[in-house]
Design a binder for this molecule. Structure first.
Ligand SMILES: Nc1nc2c(ncn2[C@@H]2O[C@H](COP(=O)(O)OP(=O)(O)OP(=O)(O)O)[C@@H](O)[C@H]2O)c(=O)[nH]1
Length: 395
């Protein structure tokens, strides 16, 4: 009797275990085979405790390993069907919608300049004030002097203080500095045999993950298929944050649940998944948390090389926080020495009166600002348009 009773208990336990297992499987969806990137985790790959300044003595190895370490990157995107909960705003007209944010924070610059230039008599003190206004707006020394010289010349020739004329003159000269001729296209086109790959770089806290989330929405609004790769592996929460952004618009994320996992492996898996699933765009988030330039260089360089085993990196977007002024310029310098930056995303322009940073950064790197962040909302990212930007400063 007690044997029968024991048998019943064992049977009940087995059924319960199978049931829980099946439920878990259904909730998680199908797990694809373990990661296919078999490159070794380099000694200099970042770990959560990395603080040393010591440069690595060996270049990162990325090829032909024999015994693949246990890289826990699993492409959970295969067969995954995400049901979007959000419909992103169309891209057209975004800057117009967000223009008031730019105007509110930056009209100190535009209005200040207009007032100064409209005075009956523009003496040296006024020119000094104009110069100061431009420098305070983070325009940078060289562009400031250029602009002041151009305005002096034009004021001398025109002689008139008519407000509309002053407005038009200032608009023209500012536009020249912002340079409307730069190629600011940021909507990628898929290659015939592979997705377009975008790497997003920048230090932590600048709004990188948020920007990738917002950009994924922009691409979805443009009817592109997208996969995200969470190669910022310093903290699993960052990957979750990215996945949450993606989930909302039906974009899957390749990630590792392990803090400090090899970022290049995650990038490789994301690009592999993008190729397998024939998506248009793969966007790779990276960490900017490294304590020193050598570490940063090693990590970003390795991610790029590993991706290039599968595809080309078509765009490297550098995300910079507009409120950080000179610090942002220093970051831009470091990143551009490490990777070939092809475009800039300037975030938090809604929170600063220093819109001149657009000019300073473009000058320093010689690459265009392609997008600007104008708030924390999911669709508060706008394509940068030189004329609309200058108009927002002046109106
Ligand atoms: N006001 C404003 N806030 C922004 C903008 N872009 C991002 N943020 C905020 O900036 C903060 C940091 O953003 P994250 O995306 O977490 O920054 P991150 O660079 O990815 O940082 P890590 O994940 O720690 O590397 C968040 O509170 C964002 O909401 C913007 O354009 N305007």
């Amino acid at each position: 009797m007690s044997e029968q009773f024991n048998l019943i208990i064992v049977l009940v336990a087995v059924v319960a275990v199978i049931g829980i297992g099946a439920a878990f499987f259904l909730v998680r969806g199908r797990k694809a085979p373990k990661g296919t990137y078999t490159g070794p985790r380099d000694a200099n790959d970042p770990s959560p405790t990395l603080t040393t300044d010591a440069p690595s003595t060996e270049p990162p190895k990325v090829s032909a390993p024999t015994d693949a370490p246990d890289i826990d990157v699993v492409d959970e995107t295969a067969g995954q069907v995400l049901v979007p909960t959000d419909v992103p705003d169309p891209v057209q007209g975004r800057l117009a919608r967000l223009r008031s944010r730019l105007t509110k924070s930056n009209n100190v610059l535009g209005k200040g300049l207009l007032a100064l230039l409209s005075q009956d008599k523009i003496d040296e003190d006024v020119w000094d004030e104009i110069e100061e206004t431009l420098l305070l707006a983070d325009l940078g020394t060289e562009p400031t002097l250029e602009l002041v010289d151009a305005l002096r010349e034009r004021v001398k020739i025109a002689g008139s203080r008519d407000p509309q004329h002053v407005h038009d003159m200032l608009r023209e000269e500012l536009l020249k500095l912002v340079d409307p001729s730069m190629d600011r296209n940021f909507i990628p086109v898929r290659h015939a045999d592979r997705p377009n790959v975008i790497m997003v770089v920048g230090v932590n806290g600048v709004g990188k993950t948020t920007t990738i989330g917002k950009l994924a929405r922009v691409f979805v609004a443009e009817e592109k298929d997208v996969i995200l790769g969470a190669a910022d592996t310093f903290r699993a929460a960052a990957a979750e944050q990215l996945a949450t952004w993606g989930d909302r618009v039906g974009v899957p994320t390749v990630k590792s649940d392990i803090d400090g996992a090899d970022p290049a492996s995650v990038a490789f898996e994301a690009v592999s998944a993008g190729i397998d699933q024939e998506v248009d765009i793969v966007m790779i988030d990276t960490a900017g948390r490294l304590q020193n330039k050598v570490g940063l260089m090693d990590e970003l360089g390795k991610i790029k090389r590993v991706i290039e085993k599968k595809a080309t990196v078509d765009e490297v977007l550098l995300v910079l926080d507009a409120t950080t002024g000179q610090n942002g310029l220093n970051q831009a310098k470091v990143f551009s020495e490490v990777v070939n930056v092809t475009g800039i995303v300037l975030t938090k322009l809604d929170g600063t009166a220093k819109g001149g940073i657009v000019v300073a950064i473009q000058r320093q790197l010689g690459v265009p600002v392609k997008l600007i962040g104008l708030g924390e909302g999911p669709d508060d990212l706008a394509p940068f348009d030189a004329a609309a930007f200058v108009d927002a400063l002046l109106d």
